[in-house]
Design a protein around this ligand. Structure first.
Ligand SMILES: Cc1ncc(COP(=O)(O)O)c(C=O)c1O
Length: 390
């Protein structure tokens, strides 16, 4: 062996981008727990408790509430491949990257897809959805709750009511909202919902919690054709997570340990307190960023507390700012995606990172970098404005 491979070593970063967020130490510890078998009676108990905690978090009684083995995109695909069959019609709301990704998923299922679009940074206009729903019988209406590419938090109640009135299934992406933004699956009447672990749950990327209402589960049961993805076929996976405990694939045991511990952390904090914490810290960030003389992309009423998009001032070198944040301050923020590439920074205050320290550290780092680049701003004023929120 002539090549040396050094022991793994990574910098200690403050992850204030669009995800992942920093992981709670208790979750890291849980991941180091020695393995047991995925059919061990002790593991079955851990699975049951994980499902209970997920139901609690989603605010649902749905039996079919499980973590899929994969990231948020797998959660998305699971919802589409199980629900849609060749020739079905779906109406999908698109105002960013992830709405567009849902369209791609639905089309790959052979569905006929129509879209309702809104400019990036604006919410979907519910009147347009109502108009579209009146023109055709759709099996599914899908929308992203917190669009991570823009920072828009989409109001869901009206959309849900419209879907219900027409007997259309209502599907919601909650990857960037679950555990950080108000979400009530049963009360809102959401039929199908997926999320991810690495954002407001502060658990490493690895699992995609999904939940299906009885109505949605019944639709899946009545499918004409087999689900085209063997790995994501819920009729088989539900038998592993259900009473039968039939082997499907080897569960990612350490990730489920992590999920259970991460959910326990949230349970101990309490959902209302956690959501209020996300709101308060986001408000402080918004006040501080505006005091720096920067503009926010999204109108306050529609801003997601978990993800803030900041317009990059004219003449400021986007990659240079993000590199300075990372190299000098160990802070990661995200760049813009799609049409917003080079136009916005994406700042996540998610889960563990929704904290006053994150807000103050970012404002002072950003203020000093921008001043160094000739964009005159007062860091002191920004910190003061943020502090007023607390
Ligand atoms: C709203 C939304 N949906 C879906 C995804 C896809 O999740 P993942 O990257 O974990 O596959 C993301 C990831 O950022 C997201 O923000």
């Amino acid at each position: 062996m002539d090549k040396e491979y050094k022991e793994l070593q990574v910098s200690s970063r403050l992850l204030l981008g669009p995800g992942p967020s920093n992981v709670h130490p208790r979750v890291l510890k849980a991941m180091a727990t020695p393995l047991i078998g995925h059919l061990d009676p002790e593991f079955l108990q851990i699975m049951n408790e994980t499902m209970e905690l997920l139901r609690w978090l989603f605010r649902t009684e749905n039996q079919l509430t499980i973590p899929m083995s994969g990231t948020g995109s797998l959660g998305m695909e699971t919802c589409f491949v199980n629900t849609l069959e060749e020739g079905d019609s779906a109406l999908i709301c698109v105002n960013g990257v992830f709405g567009q990704r849902m369209v791609d998923n639905a089309e790959r299922c052979g569905a006929r897809v129509d879209t309702v679009t809104a400019p990036w940074g604006e919410p979907i206009d519910t009147a347009e959805v109502e108009k579209a729903l009146a023109q055709k019988d759709y099996k599914l209406l899908a929308v992203v709750h917190a669009e991570t590419s823009t920072g828009v938090l989409q109001p869901l109640e009206e959309l849900s009511r419209m879907a219900k009135d027409r007997g259309t299934l209502f599907l919601v992406d909650t990857v960037t909202s679950l555990g950080g933004c108000p979400l009530e699956v049963d009360k809102t009447g959401i039929d199908i919902c997926y999320s991810g672990t690495q954002k407001c749950l502060s658990i490493p990327p690895s699992l995609a919690p999904v939940t299906f209402s009885e109505k949605a589960a019944a639709v899946i049961q009545k499918r004409q054709a087999k689900v085209q993805s063997w790995y994501q076929d819920l009729s088989m996976i539900a038998s592993y997570w259900g009473k039968e405990r039939v082997y499907h694939h080897t569960a990612p045991i350490s990730s489920i340990f992590a999920l259970r511990e991460g959910l326990r952390v949230i349970y101990e904090e309490g959902l209302e307190a956690r959501i209020q914490r996300h709101k308060t810290n986001a408000a402080a960030l918004w006040a501080g960023v505006e005091a720096l003389g920067l503009e926010l992309l999204v109108e306050e009423k529609y801003r997601a507390p978990s993800l803030t998009t900041v317009r990059i001032p004219e003449g400021i070198d986007d990659p240079a700012v993000r590199k300075a944040l990372l190299d000098r301050h160990n802070i990661e923020v995200g760049g813009g995606l799609g049409v917003l590439k080079g136009k916005v920074w994406r700042v996540g205050l998610m889960g563990e990172n929704s904290h006053a320290n994150s807000v103050f550290l970012l404002l002072s780092a950003l203020g000093s970098i921008l001043n160094g680049m000739g964009f005159a701003c007062s860091t002191g004023e920004a910190l003061q404005e943020a502090a007023k929120i607390y």
